[in-house]
Ligand binder design. Structure first.
Ligand SMILES: NC(=O)C1=CN([C@@H]2O[C@H](COP(=O)(O)OP(=O)(O)OC[C@H]3O[C@@H](n4cnc5c(N)ncnc54)[C@H](O)[C@@H]3O)[C@@H](O)[C@H]2O)C=CC1
Ligand SMILES: O=C(CO)COP(=O)(O)O
Length: 336
């Protein structure tokens, strides 16, 4: 039997562990808080992140990384992106030789501008064929309620991507596609959070669907430009990990990033919005690393720039809208 270990008892880590367990894999969920771990084991629910959802009977939780990693074939990482490096550093001595490390995270590291797969390779000291990424339109709450969803499993080694695809394929609930373009799949997941913040701000200001569609489409142009500069396959961005995730996140009230932006657009202060946000909205930090990455590669990302302005530099949502709409008029395919 394939053994899988999932690190992170948040909404996506727990939901993905449900999929793995129901697909017939021996699955252990690691959490850092012993009280949540015991609640999961004693009640069969995750009261903090997925209240009311019954977890598979075979799924067990632990707060011991060594125990979770013992004999693991796949090590799935679902902690907030900015905490990955420190966490993985403490777990790496227990990672079995030959295990595949899988990132579910959608962020870019602050300071280094590295993608999560790059951080994993560096900290765990594993080659790229042992690192995979899963990303797509996967709002955890819907999937936890057993609504159908599709995703992308990316690895530069096609055989590894196919093995992981088999491990998490669970009809009629979860349908993974493979892709060899790790760079594109990761960028799609990380940058869509920044665009969802922008859409949220517009929605919070009372703007309608034309504005949302404009942001989504021009956001996709930004993601594609950055992807081209970093060597991604342009086709990835019209797929599930590109347009698919962008549409789901920018249009769903379930998205934490969109909701964060919506609260800012309604006039709440940054401190009030942070206090009201219990879960990880990756774009809040990653907007800065995405912008830094874009500048390093001389890529223009105007929506990302104003998101950084509004979230971190005190720019008002109105000023941000004015800046975007008064840019010099261009042909639609300019720079793409
Ligand atoms: N929730 C969703 O719908 C989806 C989330 N993702 C991505 O998955 C990743 C994890 O997100 P969620 O599970 O949604 O987050 P969440 O906010 O629901 O949970 C975060 C988890 O990380 C833990 N955590 C917080 N700080 C930590 C630290 N310093 N060390 C170790 N653990 C820590 C929390 O206790 C919690 O268990 C993010 O990168 C997110 O973008 C990807 C697809 C869907
Ligand atoms: O990545 C997600 C959906 O695919 C979840 O988006 P949020 O982190 O904005 O909730």
């Amino acid at each position: 039997m394939t053994k899988t270990a999932v690190f992170g008892t948040g909404s996506w880590g727990t939901t993905f562990a449900m999929i793995l367990a129901e697909a017939g894999n021996e699955t252990v969920l690691w959490g850092r808080r012993p009280e949540l771990v015991s609640a999961i084991n004693s009640t069969g629910e995750n009261p903090d992140y997925l209240p009311g959802i019954t977890l598979p009977g075979s799924l067990r939780a632990t707060d011991s990384a060594a125990e979770a990693l013992d004999g693991a074939d796949f090590v799935v990482l679902a902690v907030p992106s900015q905490t990955l490096r420190g966490n993985l550093d403490t777990w790496r001595e227990h990672i079995p030789d030959g295990a595949v490390l899988v990132s579910l995270m959608k962020g870019i590291e602050l300071g280094t501008t590295k993608r999560m797969s790059e951080v994993i390779r560096e900290v765990a000291g594993v080659p790229e064929e042992r690192v995979a990424v899963i990303s797509g339109p996967n709002l955890a709450k819907e999937i936890a309620q057993r609504q159908p969803a599709a995703t992308v499993v990316a690895c530069t080694d096609e055989a590894v991507a196919k093995r992981l695809q088999d491990v998490c394929h669970l009809p009629p609930w979860f349908r993974p596609y493979t892709n060899l373009d790790v760079v594109g799949v990761e960028l799609g997941g990380a940058v869509k959070n920044v665009i969802a913040l922008a859409v949220g701000v517009a929605v919070g200001m009372g703007m309608g669907d034309n504005v949302a569609a404009m942001m989504i489409t021009r956001g996709l142009a930004e993601i594609s430009r950055l992807g081209a500069a970093l060597g991604a396959d342009p086709h990835t961005f019209s797929g599930l990990a590109g347009m698919g995730d962008l549409v789901a996140t920018c249009t769903s009230p379930l998205s934490r990033n969109r909701t964060f932006g919506e609260n800012l657009g309604r006039g709440m202060t940054l401190e009030e919005v942070i206090a009201a946000t219990r879960q990880t909205a990756e774009g809040v930090k990653s907007c800065e690393s995405v912008l830094e990455l874009a500048r390093k590669h001389d890529v223009e990302m105007p929506i990302t720039e104003v998101v950084v302005g509004v979230v971190h530099d005190g720019m008002s949502p109105r000023e941000a809208g004015m800046l975007l709409m008064s840019r010099s008029p261009k042909p639609e395919r300019y720079g793409v």
